[in-house]
Design a protein around this ligand. Structure first.
Ligand code: PAZ
Length: 312
């Protein structure tokens, strides 16, 4: 049995920087709500499950945060204010284009006597300039707020705090829950304080089910918002059933199903009315097209209809 969400919050402490983040969320939401702006909360990247309080080891998952980071850029392009709730050190919008050595390789160092300057190589300017311009525009307009988590417990605290601030947007709030959140964890009360010692023999690690936060999120925290969740599977034969079960259970607006190996070029939208696929061809992928562009456009269309239907 999954533990109950209220019990989870009463037995797990918030992250150390929680109050600072709560203030930032509050300020961001009040400012954009006053301006009549639409807002999207994007969750992105994977959560960890610590095996010790003084954490040396933890259980992690595959998610790099590509989906969330790319989607944030498309939501900004469509005029949304974006709360980017992501795993620390996972991919972020804009900088994701220059990971690893790529960025260093685009720069040139000029050392002339005592003065040193750094420039972007002429043949890279056309790549860097448009991304830098979009990044600066979003930053200067204060249209993106970055909030980070590492553990599943941090994520839970920050997700609820974000929802509490988003509720004021009513139908203008969109939740895009793309993070890969662990289904299993070790409750805080069962964690050893110090590093598990190998001298004691192979440990037996017993994981419990995490509470399903979609239930209170949809029915209590943001009951008027447009909520989209993602469902990842590795077995194609159960994907649609699992996505539809989730939609029937939590009664939110959309579940986007994807398979681990094909998630960059194929997703299935499961709505209360039907299912439909978005597929990118090999040529489209090679030309640099991203599936998140189409995912975000389709969601925004439905969000617009949803807002119109709920005007009173
Ligand atoms: O982060 P990424 O781009 O590598 O992967 C995205 C994803 C597969 C984590 C996302 O599309 C998703 O399905 N998230 C929900 C996972 C789940 O809890 O089922």
């Amino acid at each position: 049995m999954a533990s109950h969400w209220e019990e989870f919050y009463s037995t797990h402490l918030p992250p150390t920087d929680f109050e600072d983040n709560r203030k930032l969320l509050k300020e961001f939401c009040e400012r954009h709500n006053k301006a009549g702006q639409r807002v999207v909360l994007i969750t992105s990247g994977g959560t960890t499950v610590p095996l010790e309080h003084n954490t040396v080891r933890f259980v992690d998952n595959f998610s790099a945060g590509t989906r969330g980071a790319a989607s944030a850029e498309y939501f900004l392009e469509h005029g949304y204010a974006v709360i980017f709730l992501h795993r620390l050190k996972s991919l972020e919008p804009f900088t994701r284009h220059f990971t690893g050595q790529k960025f260093m390789d685009m720069l040139e160092l000029h050392e002339r006597g005592p003065s040193t300057t750094i420039t972007v190589k002429p043949d890279c300017v056309d790549i860097v300039a448009p991304i830098l311009a979009r990044y600066k525009a979003a930053q200067e307009a204060g249209r993106i707020l970055y909030v980070t988590f590492t553990t599943v417990s941090d994520y839970f605290w920050l997700l609820r705090a974000s929802c509490e601030c988003l509720a004021q947007f009513e139908t203008k709030a969109l939740l895009y829950l793309a993070a890969a959140v662990s289904d299993f964890y070790i409750p805080s009360s069962e964690l050893p304080t110090h590093k598990i010692q190998s001298g004691a023999g192979a440990p037996t690690i017993s994981l419990q089910l995490v509470p399903k936060l979609l239930a209170p999120l949809v029915s209590l925290w943001v009951p008027h918002a447009y909520v989209v969740s993602f469902k990842l599977e590795t077995d194609e034969s159960i994907l649609i059933t699992k996505a539809r079960d989730s939609m029937n259970k939590y009664k939110h607006k959309l579940v986007i199903g994807n398979i681990l190996q094909t998630r960059r070029n194929r997703v299935v939208f499961v709505t209360p009315e039907n299912n439909y696929e978005i597929v990118l061809t090999r040529e489209q992928l090679l030309s640099g097209m991203e599936i998140e562009d189409t995912i975000v456009s389709n969601i925004i269309e439905s969000h617009t209809e949803f807002i119109a239907q709920h005007k009173y």
